[in-house]
Design a protein around this ligand. Structure first.
Ligand SMILES: CC(C)(COP(=O)(O)O)[C@@H](O)C(=O)NCCC(=O)O
Ligand SMILES: [Mn+2]
Length: 909
């Protein structure tokens, strides 16, 4: 029996739960981007390379496809055979967990700007790594084992077994490759091998379940930032795992039985113990005692249970008193089911709810206790619990945590994994040789909200969502039917009674969501070119978000702001695509999808890891892109750029007539004043109805009055101009994180850049890789700079030296000679498409540009307030923004809307 011998790994709980009785996952629940199928690039090359039965990536003649600087370059493997599988499965008794990889489309072009940067600052994306990571996405999908045909249809429709063929080609005549192999673990890997061969023509290569569990857990703990969390009295808290201090740990996999595995490193582990009292025991006994039909029904019952009616408590023995001498409170369970001995009752006299809860507590405490004892035995401080017994159930996690805490007297900590259900499948995926995943670092992986329809927890009938049209139709149906957006178990306030345990579960709610654990994983974007911004003072303590959304009322407030902004955004988005019927349909679907995401996050803010405002704002942009709105503010940006460029010459002339000191102040005022052009702020958008861009800009400048609410200008001025006769050395290189198009960049940041250039400082304009609201992008900036350069010699020479002017780029050798007198003005992309920036994950060209920089200027609310307000840098840092939201002004700077922030912090030593 499971757990009794060390030789036999525990079978998963899925293996003994009768799938046909399972309510869980009645239909396919796909955690993926609905557009995933479109991203499957056609296979490269056609030669076949094999090593035994193991499919391998053939790296010979590997080359970056297209652009070295893009966020996620595809690596072309011209000699790679078509049949490499990017699919792995864990086939349990009730659930099939499937992981597949989709490559990114290569959309970027390697332009002159990028070529120049390569020479000038030595960006070398992609080739830094010696192994073949492919930029792409890891998708997590589940099926009921009883409906294995749906799983096979899914694989077939996406052509996953053929190694990444585009879903559009699913009717293609491409012959099946008889040698194709896919990796799978779990009992079903044996049971269904013939079916896979028959239906898909592929062989299943079975991987050891225990190996897979450990490989999957190691990968998750090393590569996903918010993977592990503690769960105490209803409170979920993410734990930052130090990659270099992960081992050893105890992995407790709670399936039907329980395995306890001491993990010492990659591939280094030992199953040290186990127990036969596990998930199977709960389900088996529960089924007999309560007549429940499914595991989840049983779990749901426990939500409404009161185990005191059946458990014998210390207080029952001691006349309602604590046994404080040995540290036991009256509410401690002295004997699970103990009351049943003395009471003259039959089974029917007990409520099934109470029985279920009593059972759940008995088993969870027992597992927690044995786990702790094993941790103690091997001196392990950390215990990670996984397996489908837990399935995101708050009370189960609480009881296990309580037991570990209780028995260890707070010395050991129980932790849980968000991808708990996918450990085996991930491990099987990892077992493909040379995919390069094992060396991925946290900053190479971006977890994003799943954008396909099923993320809402709805049920899908028929084939999985393939293209945009299907996705749109699904969104329409989803709302028409009024399908409830399923949420997790709501948390009740904790009711702990001190030593010994809870009187009643602290994490109880009315209903248990049947797919509780399903909704807690997103899509993993693998972006091997992302890097940690090298100028962060201490990346380990860096937290991008300034406001904690967990604080009372914060999430609700931002939820309302974003919801209210939605109709206007949809109008803009639809107009940006010509206002066609197709655009309207997409706009409608976008609004529904985004609202559904918001609703989901209101219920379970930590659904995809720790939630910050930056994630919410990025979600909106990602969602727009998902419905193919590439740049909703395109025409607004163009119009504002043109209007601002027209008045730039006058502004420059005005500035040139000033002395150094007045000019510097006017420049900073100019940046702050021009930051008013923000189409993401409701208050500002209302302002725009009241005048032309130039009128608003003038009004904003006229209102600039020092002291600003945060005003470090004098310290900054001293660093720039010195005091007395002493002239400070100019900064060598400044990185200017620009914000909005139009006046913001043209009349604010460019003149500031010009001042720095004039003083001999190289300037790097850092802009978004992808559009977000009216933010200017790195693609758009060279044209803007070129226009501005027509009116200004300083900008022209610097832009030529920085490779931004096309004419000068024709012969780059001439450029270097002719412009040796000027420091360069360059443009780099930041690696993101959001109004905020998380400096733990920036483009490699930005990381390369940062190496020689000694000044960072962050501009705008998104980049300097919502994120990075408290960020510390190794170099001098200036944060400039106008606060365009009353609540933020009150909270952050105890001020008012339209107050300004000029925060200067010299290099932290
Ligand atoms: C989205 C933004 C961060 C963009 O601001 P920016 O970085 O352009 O200064 C900002 O407009 C914002 O926080 N808007 C929502 C709040 C509001 O409408 O008041
Ligand atoms: Mn902006």
């Amino acid at each position: 029996m499971a757990g009794l011998t060390e030789d036999h790994p525990q079978i998963g709980i899925d293996d003994i739960i009768d799938g046909s009785e399972q309510k869980l996952n009645e239909d396919i629940v796909e955690r993926e981007s609905g557009g995933g199928a479109r991203e499957m690039a056609p296979p490269a090359g056609n030669s076949i390379h094999r090593s035994g039965s193991r499919p391998q990536l053939d790296l010979s003649k590997a080359a970056i496809q297209g652009n070295f600087e893009e966020r996620d370059p595809t690596i072309l493997l011209p000699n790679q055979s078509d049949d490499i599988s990017h699919l792995a499965l864990d086939i349990g008794g009730s659930l099939i967990k499937l992981i597949y990889f989709s490559r990114h489309e290569d959309r970027s072009v390697k332009d002159r700007r990028k070529k120049f940067l390569e020479e000038k600052i030595g960006v070398s994306n992609g080739i830094r790594r010696s192994y073949p990571i492919l930029g792409g996405r890891l998708h997590f999908v589940k099926f009921e084992t009883a409906k294995i045909n749906e799983c096979l249809d899914f694989i077939s429709s996406k052509q996953l077994h053929r190694g990444g063929m585009d879903a559009h080609d699913w009717n293609s005549d491409a012959p099946d490759n008889e040698n194709a192999v896919i990796k799978a673990t779990g009992g079903g890997a044996h049971k269904f091998a013939d079916l896979f061969k028959e239906r898909l023509g592929v062989s299943i290569e079975k991987e050891d379940e225990m190996n897979c569990l450990v490989a999957g857990a190691n990968f998750l703990l090393k590569a996903i930032r918010h993977e592990a969390f503690t769960h105490m009295e209803g409170q979920k808290e993410f734990v930052q795992i130090d990659q270099n201090d992960l081992f050893p740990y105890l992995l407790v996999n709670i399936g039907s039985g329980v395995s306890m595995i001491k993990v010492d490193g990659d591939g280094k582990f030992q199953r040290v113990s186990g127990t036969n009292v596990g998930g199977g025991t709960y389900w088996g006994l529960g089924k007999l005692l309560t007549k429940c039909k499914s595991f989840d029904e049983l779990l749901e019952l426990s939500q409404r249970g009161d185990n005191r009616t059946i458990d014998m408590l210390v207080g029952d023995i001691y006349g309602g008193m604590d046994y404080s001498k040995i540290g036991l409170s009256a509410s401690t369970i002295a004997s699970s089911f103990g009351k049943a001995i003395s009471e003259n009752k039959n089974l029917e006299d007990y409520r099934p709810e109470d029985i279920s809860l009593s059972l759940l507590r008995m088993i969870s405490y027992n597992i927690g206790q044995i786990s702790y004892l094993n941790a103690l035995r091997f001196g392990l401080k950390r215990i990670f619990f996984g397996g489908f017994f837990i399935r995101g159930h708050a009370y189960t996690m609480d009881t296990i945590s309580f037991a570990v805490h209780f028995w260890s007297k707070g010395d050991a900590q129980a932790m849980f994994l968000r991808h708990e259900g996918f450990l085996g499948a991930l491990g099987a995926f990892m077992s493909y040789e040379k995919h390069g995943l094992d060396d991925l670092m946290v900053h190479h992986l971006v977890e994003r909200f799943p954008m396909g329809a099923p993320y809402t927890g709805g049920k899908i009938h028929g084939p999985p969502l393939g293209d945009l049209n299907e996705k749109i139709s699904w969104m329409a149906k989803f709302v028409q039917k009024g399908t409830e957006i399923t949420g997790p178990v709501p948390m009740a306030s904790p009711r702990t009674t001190g030593l010994g345990g809870f009187e009643v579960p602290s994490s109880k709610g009315a209903t248990l969501r049947s797919d509780a654990s399903n909704l807690n994983v997103g899509v993993l974007h693998l972006v091997p070119t992302l890097e940690v911004f090298p100028l962060l003072a201490d990346p380990k303590i860096y937290e991008p978000n300034t406001i904690d959304l967990a604080e009372q009322g914060e999430l609700q407030y931002w939820f309302t702001v974003l919801s209210e902004h939605l109709p206007d955004l949809v109008d803009k988005a639809v107009a940006s695509e010509g206002g066609t019927d197709d655009a309207k349909r997409r706009g409608d679907a976008f609004a529904r999808a985004f609202s559904a995401h918001l609703a989901r996050l209101m219920e379970e803010p930590a659904a995809y890891g720790k939630l910050g405002l930056a994630n919410l704002l990025e979600l909106r942009e990602e969602c727009l892109r998902e419905f193919q709105f590439i740049d909703a503010y395109r025409s607004i940006k163009q119009r504002e750029n043109e209007a601002s460029l027209a008045v730039l010459p006058d502004l420059l002339m005005e500035l040139d007539g000033m002395n150094e000191e007045t000019r510097l102040l006017t420049l900073i005022e100019g940046v702050l004043a021009a930051n008013i052009f923000d189409w993401g702020s409701r208050a500002c958008v209302e302002l725009y109805h009241k005048g032309t861009i130039i009128e608003i800009y003038r009004m904003s400048r006229n209102k600039m009055q020092r002291p600003w609410r945060v005003d470090d200008f004098d310290v900054f001025k001293e660093r720039m101009l010195g005091s007395g006769d002493e002239k400070p050395h100019p900064h060598k290189r400044a990185l200017l994180f620009v914000d909005n198009s139009g006046a913001d960049v043209v009349l604010g940041m460019l003149p500031l850049a010009r001042e720095l250039l004039r003083r001999g400082t190289e300037v790097v304009l850092v802009a978004n890789s992808l559009p977000a609201l009216n933010d200017v992008t790195a693609m758009e900036l060279p044209d803007i700079v070129a226009e501005a350069a027509k009116h200004c010699d300083i900008l022209r020479r610097a832009a030529e030296a920085g490779g931004l002017l096309v004419d000068a780029m024709i012969n780059s050798q001439d450029v270097n000679k002719e412009n040796s007198s000027s420091v360069p003005l360059m443009v780099v992309e930041n690696g993101c498409g959001s109004p905020c920036i998380d400096l733990r994950q920036v483009s490699s060209e930005l990381a390369a540009a940062a190496k020689d920089a000694d000044l960072v200027i962050l501009e705008g609310m998104g980049r300097a307030l919502h994120t990075n307000f408290n960020a510390q840098f190794k170099c001098d840092a200036l944060k400039l923004a106008m606060v365009k939201n009353q609540r933020l002004a009150e909270k952050l700077i105890k001020g008012y809307i339209y107050d300004c922030v000029c925060r200067y912090e010299p290099a932290s030593s």
